[in-house]
Write a protein that binds this ligand. Structure first.
Ligand SMILES: Nc1ncnc2c1ncn2[C@@H]1O[C@H](COP(=O)(O)OP(=O)(O)OP(=O)(O)O)[C@@H](O)[C@H]1O
Length: 547
């Protein structure tokens, strides 16, 4: 509890007025209108012809005397008190010249231009609201840029390099997903954001694309962007995605491996974008003199997980090491617990909060089922039965600990299915092999602990089985979110025993909020104080050690 103030102060420090970042706001203040995009030059905006001028002159003369009087009354005060925006129009020279009728006309033209721009801004706001409604995007924050209508707007509105647009198309991304529509425009306008969008909805591209558009490939020893991920597997996956998107430009994209963290010579390394887990990055900062003072972008992916447990202090020191005052920080996750949100709400400066769909809910693409298996033995029988009836690989099976992962693997390895296992006791290579084997179809079933629950993108995982009941609603949402990604449908089966029954309510509520049916007694169960559900379970394995 002690860490929060220091973390937050570091995370959201640097709230001084940044002219570069708020150039849009300054422009708006100057014109008095609120254009979300540069005001188009329409024929209406052209200066009036001579005939029009003569007609206006007589009208203007009628008003002139009263205006003159008012001007004199305002006098010196208006000149000296002029705030930045007004001084543009109210310099001493301009005042003298305003005695002439033609200047009054100019002012009228200016007035109509202001009105026109205001109308344009209103239309822009309306258009943005329609887009947000269509894509179920909810925002809070002021002057939030309009969501993208299409990837083409990256060029027309933000002057995106053609190589990047080409890469999007090569990757098969035709339309931005809702989170991409909103988060990209916000980050490109130089604003910070914290974003919550369903699993598999394209959050990775939502932070990679603006990053690649804003930073320039540079020289040795200058890290410009840092992406923090809670697990090594996710960091490796994000590095791969980033390289694919950056193809054609000489960006140095580096994954913080164990070796790099312990022996890396960062001063001589060309590394524009660094992807890491918190502990490895912290180690490199402290022991290898990694300089992060010129980082322009900091992304905390799976941010709620990063803030959990022992990571808080580490994240705090990383955030402090990224000391560039113009840094743009963003937080992304499919779950945004109230504690993290409350922290961000009170202290994030000028950040926009984006929620796509309903906060903390499962992807609507997943068909979810809860199955009562009675006992631990019952779960093993139910699993085998389900594989016998229909095994539609790839399948992910989640258990609550590495011991149980090993036990279940020993059970299933004798069955006629291609099964593999991943947990924290394996080497980094073994873990990566397990992931690659599932991706390549060499294994059909992968037994996993929580290490695979966050962010991992296996195309076409058809089914997630929660062999062990998840410890919280957010763990459930992330686990089952390994299926039903990028618009595909998926299935999630969760076994529960007598021991899990008191904890069913939380998960049943997730099912209800994503439109799945559950028996009414489940949601009527009493609310528990503890949100975490950790059970000492009987061993899975019925084999003796000699077997
Ligand atoms: N605009 C797009 N059009 C089509 N597919 C996309 C688009 N953007 C991303 N994808 C694909 O969608 C899948 C899921 O994306 P991603 O891994 O970024 O999801 P996520 O929202 O980060 O999920 P999680 O919360 O589980 O981390 C990936 O396979 C990615 O290639």
């Amino acid at each position: 509890m002690e860490e929060k103030p220091s973390l937050s102060s570091a995370l959201f420090a640097g709230t001084r007025f940044d002219r570069k970042r708020f150039a849009g706001d300054i422009a708006r203040f100057r014109t008095g209108a609120q254009p979300a995009a540069p005001a188009p030059t329409t024929p209406d905006a052209a200066p009036p012809g001579p005939e029009k001028k003569r007609k206006r002159k007589s009208k203007a003369n009628a008003k002139k005397n009263s205006k003159k009087k008012k001007k004199r009354a305002d006098g010196a005060a208006s000149a000296s008190d002029a705030v930045e925006g007004f001084s543009v129009f109210k310099g001493a020279e301009a005042k003298e010249a305003a005695e002439e009728p033609v200047e009054v006309e100019v002012r009228e033209d200016e007035d109509s231009a202001v009105v026109r721009r205001r109308k344009e801004a209103e239309r822009e706001i309306e258009r943005a609201a329609i887009l947000r409604k269509r894509y179920d995007i909810h925002i809070s924050g002021h002057n939030v840029p309009a969501p993208l209508e299409s990837f083409e707007e990256l060029v027309s509105r933000y002057d995106c390099d053609s190589y990047l647009v080409g890469n999007l198309s090569k990757l098969g991304f035709q339309e931005p997903t809702p989170i991409q529509r909103q988060a990209i425009s916000i980050l490109l306008s130089g604003r910070e954001c914290f974003a919550c969008a369903p699993t598999g909805s394209g959050k990775t591209l939502a932070f990679l694309l603006p990053m690649l558009m804003k930073i320039k490939p540079g020289s040795k020893g200058c890290v410009k962007a840092v992406i923090l991920c809670p697990t090594r597997e996710l960091a490796a996956q994000t590095t791969r995605e980033c390289k694919k998107l950056a193809k054609g430009r000489k960006f140095g994209v580096k994954l913080m491996t164990k070796d790099l963290s312990q022996d890396g010579n960062f001063k001589d390394m060309h590394c524009d974008i660094l992807v890491s887990t918190p502990l490895r990055l912290d180690h490199a900062i402290r022991k290898r003199d990694l300089d992060l003072s010129r980082v322009e972008y900091l992304v905390l992916d799976e941010s709620d997980k990063l803030f959990e447990l022992g990571f808080v202090e580490v994240i705090d020191s990383i955030v402090k090491a990224c000391s560039n005052p113009s840094i743009i920080r963003s937080l992304f996750s499919a779950t945004l617990p109230e504690t993290i949100e409350a922290l961000a709400r009170t202290i994030m400066h000028d950040a926009v909060r984006i929620i796509v769909g309903r906060k903390n809910s499962a992807s609507s693409m997943i068909k979810q089922r809860l199955i009562f298996a009675g006992t631990e033995r019952g779960k093993l029988i139910a699993l085998r039965q389900s594989f016998a009836e229909s095994l539609n690989p790839p399948v992910l099976v989640f258990v609550q600990s590495k011991e149980r992962a090993k036990e279940l693997y020993r059970e299933l390895v004798y069955d006629d299915i291609r099964v593999d296992v991943i947990h924290g006791d394996l080497t980094e290579e073994q873990r990566q092999d397990a992931v690659d084997n599932l991706r390549a179809g060499k294994s059909w079933v992968l037994i996993a602990t929580e290490v695979l629950a966050r962010g991992m993108d296996f195309k076409g995982v058809n089914c997630v089985i929660n062999y062990d009941f998840p410890e919280s609603a957010s763990a459930y949402i992330h686990r089952i979110g390994r299926s039903g990604r990028a618009g595909r449908s998926g299935e999630a089966i969760t076994f529960f025993t007598e021991e899990d029954k008191p904890f069913l309510r939380n998960i049943a509520n997730v099912l209800v909020s994503s439109g799945c049916e559950v028996p009414s007694w489940m949601v009527a169960l009493p609310k528990l104080k503890s949100r975490k559900h950790r059970v000492d379970r009987d061993r899975i394995s019925f084999l003796t050690d000699e077997d």
